[in-house]
Design a protein around this ligand. Structure first.
Ligand SMILES: NC(=O)c1ccc[n+]([C@@H]2O[C@H](COP(=O)([O-])OP(=O)(O)OC[C@H]3O[C@@H](n4cnc5c(N)ncnc54)[C@H](O)[C@@H]3O)[C@@H](O)[C@H]2O)c1
Length: 310
């Protein structure tokens, strides 16, 4: 199929793009290269790969690119609460209005597969199992704009939304600001982490399983369309302290301490059911242990040490 991926040079897109090419699809990536990343260099040799440097909010450009696609995967966004808080207007226009525009420009026959965050579920819902029917109550600009974007996508024909848990694992455009990636990075290089509100439960999914779920959505589109799907690991609804205990199995010198005072501005505390996506025949292949093993190798390569002699 002819697939347009916006934000395809990001953390998820840099693993998704080569995978979709290897499955025989024609892939066009539109990206602004916000992080000056070179993560798609390996794709450029591919005859079925096209790259466009541009902005997903540019209506004339999007109209032209959408017209050439069978499928659109809109990954372009300002991602995560801290980044969104630096520019509320860019967050609104990129995460929400660009998606509403995309839904207006696409014909009803074109397929849209959209990732959103499940982080709006559990604010103040301690211990509650969240399904796709649980109301989303996002509080951050990031969460609010992603929920609005999902509403726009699911109100058109031929769309799927994936409500992703916190993603972990290696990508050529690496992100150290994601919880598992961050804790393993600290465990490898600092050997210690200070935790706020360590009993808050979170859920996780490996980046390769995120890529697999997009491929699964493409292969099973007719039976899956029109709905949101939670995508996370059933056996990793873990608190931050439990996550640290798993990391310590791999890195025995790792020390983690819960702060007696202070709070985490991120109030997520919830457990998520992935029964709906499992019912379509999808099962993740990457557990936390496998992903932590991968990350330890990654951090043997990556070191944030440009202002240090060692
Ligand atoms: N990583 C996660 O844990 C996670 C969880 C849930 C949902 N998601 C969603 O998945 C998508 C991708 O996330 P990611 O982790 O790869 O983030 P990322 O920040 O690595 O990727 C975002 C990409 O969008 C591009 N971009 C930003 N503004 C743009 C614009 N105006 N026009 C064109 N390109 C632009 C950036 O250059 C970057 O390549 C996002 O929509 C995000 O909300 C991610």
């Amino acid at each position: 199929m002819r697939i347009l991926i916006t934000g395809g040079a990001g953390y998820i897109g840099s693993v998704l793009t080569p995978t979709l090419l290897s499955l025989g699809h024609q892939v066009t990536v539109l990206d602004s290269f916000y992080f000056r990343q070179n993560s798609l260099m390996d794709c450029c040799q591919h005859a079925d790969f096209q790259i466009v440097r541009g902005d997903c909010r540019d209506e004339a450009l999007m109209k032209k690119l959408i017209a050439q696609a069978d499928v659109i995967i809109p990954l372009a966004a300002l991602v995560g609460v801290p980044l969104c808080n630096t520019d509320a207007i860019a967050t609104q226009t990129t995460n929400q209005q660009a998606i509403e525009m995309l839904c207006r420009l696409a014909s009803p026959q074109q397929w849209v597969l959209m990732p959103v965050t499940n982080s709006g579920y559990g604010i103040g819902e301690k211990g509650k199992f969240c399904t796709e029917e649980t109301p989303l109550r996002p509080i951050s600009t990031y969460g609010i704009t992603k929920v609005k974007a999902e509403e726009a996508v699911l109100s058109r024909a031929n769309s799927i939304s994936f409500r992703l848990a916190t993603v972990f694992g290696a990508s050529p455009r690496m992100r150290l600001d994601l919880l598992v990636n961050d804790f393993v990075h600290r465990a490898v290089h600092d050997r210690a982490v200070l935790i706020f509100e360590g009993h808050f439960k979170r859920n996780y999914i490996h980046i390769r399983d995120v890529v697999r779920v997009f491929a699964h959505g493409l292969a099973n589109f007719e039976k899956m369309k029109g709905k949101p799907y939670n995508v996370g690991l059933d056996d990793a609804n873990l608190s931050k302290l439990e996550l640290c205990a798993v990391i310590k199995k791999h890195l025995p010198k790792f020390v983690y301490v819960e702060a007696p005072i202070g709070e985490d501005p991120d109030k997520r505390d919830y457990v998520v059911s992935n029964a709906r996506i499992a019912g379509t025949g999808f099962q993740p292949e990457w557990g936390l242990d496998r992903g932590i093993g991968e990350l330890i190798k990654v951090y043997t390569i990556l070191r944030n040490s440009i202002y240090s002699n060692v």
